[in-house]
Design a protein around this ligand. Structure first.
Ligand code: NDP
Length: 227
């Protein structure tokens, strides 16, 4: 049985990924900030679910989690925790402090979490690191505003391609995925797809990833996403 670790699992896509990986018989280590949500706590009646606290920008918390998981194999790491950043990300309104927060959570934390868990990931026979990015970080799309969010996702795309190059020789797959425009607190109710649909696609992708896929950018349906 494989083990998947999912960050930001209290709500939205992370919660739904947790539910679906459990349904498929995986062991899931789901991380939350502060307190697990009621919805996540309810899933913990499943013995295959382990809940761990993790603020992804807290370096000592990351270190502590890694120590708690010493000896544990992690087959799939899903760097899902993310923030849209400030409400006003217009040219006139964007504040440097909110922009730095978006980078801390969306761009830097995925690498810090991955690095801390690398010995657990490398124990897997089929190690995969999936970082949830966004089409809003793509250079191919015309866009206006949302400076912090867009640039933080563009940055994490580059981070993951560098990581993929570095880990390829060790047989570790690292890729980025656009999860779709999803009806969550972040995506809003007018979004295209439900968290269930997104998670189903992401899970199928996770199951079929091979070393040929490392360093690539995928859609939630498993197609190539333009950079
Ligand atoms: P939500 O806003 O619904 O949930 C975000 C999750 O990330 C929450 O569990 C939240 O925890 C957690 N989180 C945020 N900051 C931190 C932090 N510093 N430390 C730990 N956990 C944190 O977002 P979605 O589920 O919609 O998004 C999940 C991922 O998908 C994100 O990376 C997002 O950028 C990406 N995405 C989403 C799209 C969409 O349409 N929804 C489109 C493209 C990409 P808490 O509950 O404690 O706040």
């Amino acid at each position: 049985m494989e083990t998947v670790l999912i960050t930001g699992a209290s709500r939205g896509i992370g919660l739904e990924l947790t539910r679906q990986f459990l349904q498929q018989g995986y062991q899931v280590i789901a991380t939350y900030r502060n307190q697990p949500s009621d919805a996540l706590s309810e899933l913990a009646t499943n013995q295959q679910l382990v809940l761990k606290e993790l603020e992804v920008t807290d370096q000592s918390a990351i270190k502590a989690l890694s120590a708690q998981l010493a000896g544990q194999t992690i087959d799939i790491l899903i760097n899902n925790a993310g923030t849209i950043g400030a409400d006003d990300q217009s040219l006139e309104g964007i504040e440097a402090s909110a922009w730095l927060d978006a980078f801390a959570i969306n761009s830097i934390a995925p690498l810090m979490v991955t690095r801390a868990l690398l010995s657990q990931i490398e124990q897997s026979e089929n190690p995969r690191i999936i970082t949830i990015s966004s089409q809003m970080g793509s250079m191919q799309r015309d866009s206006v505003g949302m400076y912090a969010y867009r640039s933080s996702k563009a940055a994490v795309n580059k981070v993951v391609t560098v990581l993929a190059n570095e880990l390829k020789a060790k047989g570790v797959v690292a890729c980025v995925v656009h999860p779709g425009w999803v009806k969550t607190d972040m995506g809003g109710e007018n979004a295209d797809i439900t968290a269930q649909e997104s998670a189903t696609g992401l899970l199928a992708l996770a199951q079929k990833l091979s070393l040929n896929d490392t360093g690539r950018f995928f859609t939630w349906q498993g197609d190539e996403h333009p950079w």
